[in-house]
Design a protein around this ligand. Structure first.
Ligand code: FE2
Ligand code: FE2
Length: 283
């Protein structure tokens, strides 16, 4: 069994002529189907896909890790691209948590508040062929791949960033990011876990994946680990937990942050790689 991952968008360009943009999108090709995990922040995903020689019309399903714009902002362009290709006359299934359409904000330096939610109304996406399958529970993507559903918070050191908010009425309230989900692929080498932002914590996510599947062995983890801005104590605790899990491949992206990525690279040596826009990984 082969799993081929092409990173269509990420903060940093990892290949010539490929655009880097804050966000994440990974195309996953398996023996059974091809699916897209997140869409990056904008329509630039389309040009990157073309330049990488990726045929987006092969996508069978789309999974969204959470409602932030940097993972969902390219969705409209992907839907238009699919419509124009005629590949999905009946629309395409989009798997996500029901809270992706909640209002989402970030407070910056106690003064500025930015809207960081999904930049489209559900209805306008549905008019372009989106068929939302919204569930807090795991959803099957193919016979060996599933979303995590809502991730339980079990570690003490992984807290959701205090700057992230949603709105209840007129009030800003902390966003619990219940919509944060990851993708689990079962292979003969162990689990491959794909992270969007891992707002609920990378270790919480991996513990959850183990519990959900009953499989201890985690072979590879790829995506955003949300260690950006984390304390050195939390990064060290994360590295210790990852070492204990004996993970064989760690592809850091996006909200990992460069400093944390450097620490991971140092700790995991050849098992580590930067998963940037244009990175192709065959597992
Ligand atoms: Fe996010
Ligand atoms: Fe993000």
């Amino acid at each position: 069994m082969t799993v081929k991952i092409t990173t269509l968008m990420e903060n940093t360009s990892g290949a010539p002529f490929i655009c880097g943009e804050w966000g994440l999108s990974m195309l996953v090709e398996t023996d059974e189907n091809t699916f897209l995990f997140d869409t990056g922040p904008s329509e630039r995903i389309i040009e990157n896909a073309q330049r990488l020689g990726v045929d987006l019309s092969k996508i069978d399903k789309i999974a969204l890790s959470h409602g932030h714009y940097d993972h969902t902002g390219g969705l409209q362009a992907v839907l238009i691209n699919l419509l124009e290709s005629g590949a999905k006359p009946d629309g395409i299934e989009i798997i996500a948590h029901p809270d992706i359409f909640q209002p989402k904000f970030v407070h910056i330096k106690d003064a500025v508040t930015r809207d960081i939610g999904i930049p489209f109304a559900r209805e306008e996406l549905e008019a372009l062929g989106a068929r939302f399958n919204l569930s807090p529970d795991p959803v099957q993507i193919n016979s060996f791949t599933t979303t995590t559903g809502e991730i339980a918070t079990t570690t003490e050191y992984e807290q959701i960033e205090a700057t992230l908010h949603t709105k209840k009425g007129d009030q800003y309230v902390p966003d619990e990011l219940a919509d944060d989900l990851s993708v689990i692929i079962k292979t003969e080498k162990g689990l491959i876990v794909l992270l969007g932002c891992a707002h609920r914590g990378i270790i919480n996510t991996l513990n959850h994946a183990r519990q959900q599947t009953g499989i201890e062995k985690i072979y590879a983890v790829i995506g955003g680990t949300h260690l950006i801005g984390a304390s050195r104590q939390r990064i060290d605790a994360t590295i210790a937990a990852l070492k204990e899990m004996k993970i064989e491949k760690i592809g850091a992206s996006h909200c990992t942050g460069l400093a944390a990525a450097a620490l991971l690279a140092n700790a995991f040596k050849d098992a580590f790689f930067f998963n940037n826009a244009g990175t192709r990984t065959v597992l």
